[in-house]
Design a protein around this ligand. Structure first.
Ligand code: LLP
Length: 438
């Protein structure tokens, strides 16, 4: 194996100096200009992914296809501006995300408000800011939404989050796997039907349809067809029971991305077309009008548009044991290995033509043994203080899950567009860390 075989995304390359390039730019130049650690994001790739989803949804469902970016994957003002320009809708899960989107000029009517615990304050904030859709997760929330909408003389557009009972590990439809989820209403227990009846009876709720989300980092095309089938059967049942024709069906997010070269490639466009064929034939065979169909991807829109650069601080070699390469970031800017043992491809940005003859845990600088960015990484034996290392595919759930653990300032997010760079989120300063301290 060589580092070349680990160029897992098409925006990664090696130049004649043996440097890693990202989105056509020498990563050593990026590190020099912006310092480390810094998150870099390839704007052209983000837009390309939006277009893949939009064109797939259009080809699969015509005007009834809708692409919603799950902004929890990477949420900051510039991201919402890009999503606005790309005419995407956005999934938001907190008033922090709603506020960021609105302050970036994103039209609130194109926001879907998720969350399994929207407080009265959140609901009021969202209604007053004209958020387009509420994704109903529990009964108390629905009652509160109806009440607060009435107080504000508004009618809330709602879709109900249903758990279709899909086990995404085995891809078998099971009831127990999802009944115990903290999200949504299970079909099996009758909870989904009951909440639909309640929503339909409410004066200030305009029920539009249903939502489901069965998992994340999914590669099996079948899982979306399975959940579409269960959801359409539910829609049919609701139509027969209450005479209500759902006009919206949101199939959630979850398409997987390549973190390692052993991960499969997935053709999202083809995959969505297959879901489209299934949905269209189900609807015509069962005499229901096809609802508007949306997908809600987060990770696959932004993940491989991201790359984080770090500087090596020390290399600790323990004869007979593992080696450690410590860098100037860690679990504060990328918590995903510490949290999920998530795999990443780590590359020696300036030494891409050297041998892979050092096995080391790449670790951060937090005061915690679990502060590991990636274990057992192959790096060159010559790795030393001052070298730049790149962690690939960090565009999703890295910046958005970053913390100030150990009072470490969060890094900047720098966008690369057409080979030019600009700061989208400036790095926090030490003074920023004191902003809220009394
Ligand atoms: N829609 C809903 C309702 C969701 O809960 C999620 C993700 C998505 C869409 C987007 O799914 P995606 O396309 O990104 O797979 N922090 C974890 C991921 C948590 C995903 C939560 N929900 C991670 O770092 O892997």
């Amino acid at each position: 194996m060589s580092y070349r075989e680990n160029l897992i995304a098409k925006n990664l390359n090696i130049d004649e100096k043996g440097h890693l390039t990202f989105a056509g730019v020498d990563t050593l130049d990026l590190a020099k200009e912006y310092g480390t650690p810094t998150y870099f994001m390839d704007e052209d790739r983000i837009r390309e992914m939006c277009n893949i989803y939009k064109s797939a949804l259009k080809d699969a469902f015509g005007e009834k296809g809708r692409a919603i970016y799950a902004s929890k994957a990477a949420s900051f003002k510039q991201m919402y501006r890009i999503m606005n320009e790309e005419e995407m809708f956005c999934d938001v899960v907190s008033i922090g995300e709603i506020n960021t989107a609105i302050k970036a000029g994103f039209p609130p009517e194109r926001l879907y408000f998720h969350s399994n615990n929207k407080t009265d304050y959140d609901i009021e904030f969202a209604l007053k800011n004209n958020v387009g859709y509420f994704v109903i997760d529990n009964t108390e929330e629905l009652i509160a939404l109806d009440r607060i909408s009435g107080e504000l003389s508004k009618k809330a557009q709602a879709i109900i989050r249903v758990t279709p009972g899909i086990d995404t590990h085995t891809f078998e439809a099971v009831s127990t796997g999802k009944v115990d989820s903290k999200f949504g209403f299970a079909i099996e227990t009758g909870a989904a039907e009951d909440i639909t009846k309640l929503a339909l009876s409410m004066k200030n709720i305009n029920l539009l349809g249903f939502h489901c989300h069965v998992g994340s980092q999914l590669f099996d095309s079948d899982v979306y067809i399975r959940s579409a089938k269960i959801m359409l059967e539910f829609i049919l049942h609701i139509k027969e029971t209450f005479g209500f024709c759902a006009s919206m069906l949101d199939l959630g997010g979850g398409y997987g991305v390549k973190y390692k070269n052993t991960d499969p490639d997935i053709d999202i466009y083809e995959n969505i077309l297959e879901v489209g064929n299934f949905v269209k034939s189900f609807c015509s065979e069962n005499g229901i009008e096809m609802p508007q169909i949306s997908f809600e991807p987060g990770r696959s829109i932004v993940a491989d548009a991201g790359l984080t650069l770090y500087t090596v601080g020390n290399v600790k070699k323990i004869p007979g044991f593992i080696n450690y390469v410590s860098c100037d970031g860690g679990m504060a800017d990328n918590v995903r290995y510490a949290m999920y043992e998530a795999p990443y491809t780590v590359l020696p940005a300036g030494k891409m033509l050297e041998d892979e003859d050092l096995v080391a845990n790449v670790v951060g600088r937090c005061c915690e043994s679990g502060d590991i960015i990636q274990p057992s990484v192959l790096l060159p034996q010559s790795t030393k203080r001052g070298d730049i290392i790149a962690v690939c595919t960090t565009g999703a759930y890295n910046y958005s899950m970053a913390s100030n653990y150990n009072r470490i300032p969060r890094p900047a997010v720098v966008m690369i567009k057409n080979g030019a760079t600009y700061v989208a989120v400036r790095g926090e300063t030490l003074d920023d860390l004191l902003n809220c301290d009394i």
